[in-house]
Design a protein around this ligand. Structure first.
Ligand code: FES
Ligand SMILES: [Fe+2]
Length: 326
């Protein structure tokens, strides 16, 4: 399960979508999940499949902090333990568990570790701009009809900015472009992934893009590094050829919540410019490097492609074995 995206922490969706007393069905890397909140408000995720007869638990209801299946009203807690089996007071409930996934609620996002039976699970790494209390934050979520790897590469690709985004963020770069301008891109590995500055004609004071890659699927663009004015783009695989794009902007100026719609609008406009080209890419999943023509300024996307093929492409998590009914 989670083929091609196993054994990683990933944001799944904006936490605000998960209300109290209402389960939330979400697809992640081809697997159906259900989130719900227990009595204390803590979020949990289970495979959206009742261990009894395979019914979608998300069709059920949250009762007393547990998720109740709509079919025969078995109840499960956030760890997947079966806590109630109506009409069967003698049931061996410890054999009737649902499958829980390691879950966190961090930075206004619901996170899941894509391996339900992993023996040890590290903690997710999160950019500090997503958790700092002194920054204004606003985000949105939109689905693109594309494989997540094409979306991720797009987000790590600086050389397209002055062309595809000529009327938005790219217009700040265009004045520096001459017919013989050269762009250099670095890929400096870090514990979280990599920092990849891009600069023109060897002049580091005129960085035309200051990007970070957070494994496995987040890009952070430092628009004004001193200002914490950043765009975080999360490329969450939903299903094959559907990627849930979560875009979160942060800023330490103009922090009035009243201004959030404006910043969201601006980020939506930029990402819409990307959507059309990403959805048009063929093959849908990024191919091995030898199957496309590349140049020096593709350094960052080629490094991502190496990570994808070496680490993720063949990854899969062990599917849990469900207990037999008594
Ligand atoms: S199918 Fe879920 S309780 Fe029977
Ligand atoms: Fe772009």
């Amino acid at each position: 399960m989670f083929d091609g995206f196993a054994h990683v922490w990933t944001p799944v969706t904006l936490a605000g979508r998960l209300k109290r007393n209402r389960p939330l069905a979400v697809t992640l890397a081809g697997e159906k999940l259900v989130f719900f909140r227990d009595a204390s408000g803590t979020a949990s995720a289970l495979l959206d499949r009742c261990p009894h007869r395979g019914v979608a638990l998300s069709l059920g209801a949250v009762k007393d902090g547990c998720l109740e299946c709509p079919f025969h009203a078995w109840r499960f807690d956030g760890a997947g333990a079966c806590v109630s089996v109506p009409l069967n007071p003698d049931a061996k409930r410890e054999r009737l568990f649902a499958t829980a996934l390691p879950t966190r609620e961090l930075a206004g996002l619901l996170w899941v570790y894509t391996a339900p039976t992993a023996p040890s699970v590290p903690e997710p790494l999160v950019p500090e701009t997503l958790t700092r209390a002194d920054l204004a934050r606003t985000g949105f979520e939109v689905t693109w009809k594309a494989h997540w790897t094409r979306a991720m590469e797009n987000m790590l690709d600086s050389p397209h900015v002055p062309f595809l985004h000529r009327n938005t963020i790219g217009r700040f770069v265009r004045p520096y472009l001459k017919p013989d301008t050269r762009m250099d891109i670095e890929w400096n590995e870090t514990p979280f992934g990599a920092v990849l500055p891009a600069f023109l004609d060897g002049d580091r004071s005129r960085e035309s893009g200051n990007l970070e890659f957070w494994k496995p699927n987040m890009m952070v663009l430092n628009i004004m590094p001193d200002q914490k004015f950043r765009i975080h783009a999360l490329c969450v695989p939903a299903e094959e050829n559907h990627v849930r794009m979560i875009v979160i902007g942060t800023r330490n100026f103009a922090k009035l919540a009243l201004l959030n719609p404006f910043f969201n609008w601006s980020n939506k406009r930029i990402t819409e410019e990307d959507r059309a080209v990403v959805e048009s890419s063929w093959p849908t999943r990024v191919p091995p490097p030898a199957e496309e023509r590349s140049v020096r300024t593709d350094k960052a996307t080629l490094q991502f492609r190496r990570y994808f093929f070496e680490v993720l492409a063949s990854s899969r998590a062990e599917a849990p074995t469900l207990a037999l009914p008594p």
